[in-house]
Ligand binder design. Structure first.
Ligand code: IPE
Ligand code: IPE
Ligand code: MG
Length: 249
């Protein structure tokens, strides 16, 4: 972004003229490769990635994005070496604590999605503290996906509905009912999904919710993602025509 003109130097488009997606979801990928390229351990990439997550939350809020969902740890990520899993869990611990004051001050409403019951007790507690402390905030809705898998979320949603006796009448099984039992209940589906570092797959993220999202892939690794990159993604989004199966408006 050019400071004087407010224009994006790659395109000449002014961000203030763009349609801002209400909900942006991001698969923050490439921490390990970014670190390795610099001769550093993978965990160095995760530390830097956590910093970027904090600044992107502020940037998203500044741009007027209403919901931001970040994929922090998947149900499949447990298969990584124990030392890396531990390092990621420790970073999440720190993140919950450093976010507490910041999110409260910046009017951010935090919700952690994913199966949290298998996380360490202290981490579960700091998640609850953070959610409770920010629950009545009215600014950006910030979802952090931890031990999250799209398939696991759907299975848990169905179990929850079953526990409430909602599966006995087939007529009561509707998309709205399933939607309302997902971890993201009440949150609109993502308009834009961003994945960093070149891979073009969704890796079990928000399988249900991404039904009609626009996808944006960049080769930039997550630790080097910034506000200008976010603006580029939003600009690309503005060139998409969302038809939802219908015809051109
Ligand atoms: C994303 O970076 C962070 C997590 C998945 C937790 P990676 O750790 O996947 O980095 P790469 O893809 O191996 O470079
Ligand atoms: C997806 O990245 C999970 C997160 C960003 C938390 P991965 O690096 O785990 O995905 P794959 O293994 O490349 O599909
Ligand atoms: Mg990866």
């Amino acid at each position: 972004m050019n400071f004087f003109t407010g224009k994006n130097k790659d395109s000449g488009t002014n961000i203030s003229e763009l349609r801002i997606p209400a909900h942006v979801a991001i698969i923050m990928d490439g921490n390990g490769r970014w670190a390795k390229k610099r001769g550093m351990p993978r965990t160095f990439g995760h530390t830097q990635g956590a910093r970027v997550a904090e600044t992107i939350l502020e940037d998203a809020s500044d741009l007027g994005i209403r919901y931001l969902t970040l994929y922090a740890f998947s149900t499949e990520n447990w298969s990584r070496p124990e030392a890396e899993v531990n390092a990621l869990m420790n970073l999440l611990r720190k993140y919950m604590q450093s976010s507490l004051e910041k999110c409260a001050r910046n009017n951010v409403r935090v919700r952690v999605i994913g199966e949290r019951s298998v996380l360490a007790k202290d981490l579960q507690e700091s998640i609850e503290v953070l959610e409770r402390a920010t629950a009545s905030n009215t600014g950006i809705g910030f979802q952090i996906a931890i031990n999250y898998g799209g398939r696991d979320e759907i299975v848990r949603a169905i179990k929850r509905a079953s526990g409430e006796g909602l599966l006995t009448d087939p007529a009561a099984i509707t998309e709205d009912m399933i939607n309302g039992h997902l971890d993201t209940a009440g949150i609109p589906d993502p308009d834009l999904l961003i994945r960093t570092c070149g891979e073009q797959r969704i890796s079990n993220f928000l399988l249900w919710q991404l039904a009609y999202s626009e996808f944006y892939f960049t080769d930039k690794a997550w630790p080097e993602f910034d506000k200008a990159e976010l603006e580029k993604a939003i600009e690309a989004y503005n060139h998409r025509e969302r038809r939802y199966g219908g015809l051109k408006a």
